[in-house]
Design a protein around this ligand. Structure first.
Ligand code: NAD
Ligand code: UFG
Length: 329
């Protein structure tokens, strides 16, 4: 099957390209490199010994997208390309609505025109807002406090309406929890620009000595030890979830949580990382970060039952693999 992967040079996209190639799919990547580097694809090709066709284009540009659909008989689309920084989305909402929503519109239009039947959208646990944990796919989505989350809710809605109007069009909405870690080769991983906003890359950079210490945002949440609890999922397990969705997606629209179903607190993660890597991570407990919730973890039985997908890697693998990649940089 020939799959168009938008945002395929990015963090999750590159690991998914690798998993797709290993599963025998033909992969075409469209990315404008606004948050990634083309060399990542060389690494993926080096690991798999397979080719990727790359288009450096902006997927909000309908003419550029049309060119790909005319050059190749695309059979499925996995749409990762988006901006993803929550804080920036509050400061520059139009940038987020423009990129994240227009890209979905342009790709959905191209799929209808070229009769491409399978579409997978990267969504996020952020759409659950302040529902009670564990988050279940059937929960009513909450209006979120930030334009990034809202852009995902709107993209989900657009695809739902398109699927309802075209019975042959199958959509998987994949709501990711907290992807961390890297491919076991240490050749590809998460490379945030500037100071990391997310916990795991921050921890690895403190461990490497690039940053003095970690600020733990909030020590007074109603959780196991007062720090925020999240459902960390190994990026390769997440990548394999996309392969499962492409293979098994039924007609209509289907929404799946991709997480482990287990929560880990910030302090627990620091301590497991220290044990696995053998390096101390100095930290200080600070004020809560605005917009954060206490706990976020998934109910994952739907993806297990319908996609026959299950995670294979645990939190220790996530720490070791994230560190291997950081040490190679
Ligand atoms: P990333 O920034 O590493 O990857 C996104 C890729 O899309 C980048 O390579 C970027 O250059 C590209 N891109 C952005 N806009 C584009 C455009 N208009 N045209 C072409 N390319 C464009 O991010 P990621 O962490 O790999 O996230 C992938 C997807 O998963 C995003 O949709 C994100 O919102 C979603 N997601 C990520 C997380 C997370 O914690 N990383 C959690 C939930 C959901
Ligand atoms: N944290 C710290 N210090 C840091 C960074 C984070 O203590 O320097 C804490 C946070 O307060 C939170 C936990 O670590 O309790 C995880 O924070 P991340 O920033 O790594 O992840 P979030 O859960 O806040 O958000 C991530 C993505 C969002 C996505 C969400 C759900 O950044 O885009 O997961 O999928 F929506």
């Amino acid at each position: 099957m020939v799959i168009l992967v938008t945002g395929g040079t990015g963090y999750i996209g590159s690991h998914t390209c690798l998993a797709l190639l290993e599963a025998g799919f033909t992969v075409i990547v469209a990315d404008n490199l606004c948050n990634s580097r083309a060399e990542t694809l060389d690494r993926v090709m080096q690991i798999t010994n397979k080719e990727i066709i790359f288009y450096e284009i902006d997927v909000t540009n309908a003419a550029s997208v049309e060119q790909i659909f005319t050059d190749h008989r695309i059979e499925g689309v996995i749409h990762f390309a988006a901006y993803k920084a929550v804080g920036e989305s509050v400061r520059e909402p139009l940038k987020y609505y423009h990129n994240n929503i227009n890209s979905t519109l342009v790709l959905a239009e191209a799929c209808l025109k070229h009769e491409v039947r399978r579409f997978v959208l990267s969504s996020s646990a952020t759409v659950y807002g302040e529902n009670d944990v564990p988050f279940v796919e059937s929960m009513k989505l909450q209006p979120t406090a930030n334009p990034y989350g809202e852009s995902k809710i709107i993209s989900e809605r657009i695809l739902r309406d398109v699927a309802n109007a075209n019975s042959w069009f199958s959509v998987a909405i994949l709501r990711y929890f907290n992807p961390v870690g890297a491919h076991v080769s240490g050749l590809i991983g998460e490379e945030p620009r500037g100071t990391p906003g997310n916990l795991m890359p921050y921890i690895t950079q403190v461990a490497k000595g690039k940053i003095g210490k970690l600020s733990v945002f909030g020590g007074d949440y109603p959780t196991v030890d007062g720090t925020g609890v999240r459902d960390y999922i190994h990026v390769m397990d997440l990548a394999e979830g996309h392969v499962a969705a492409m293979n098994l997606l039924g007609e209509g629209i289907h929404t799946y949580n991709l997480g482990t179903g287990k929560g880990t607190s910030v302090l627990e993660l620091i301590s497991i990382f220290e044990e696995e890597v053998g390096i101390k991570v100095p930290f200080e407990i600070m004020e809560r970060r605005p917009g954060d919730i206490a706990e976020c973890y998934a109910e994952v039985s739907k993806a297990k039952e319908e996609l026959y997908w299950n995670v294979k890697r645990d939190i220790r693998d996530m720490c070791r693999d994230a560190w291997r990649f950081e040490s190679n940089l």
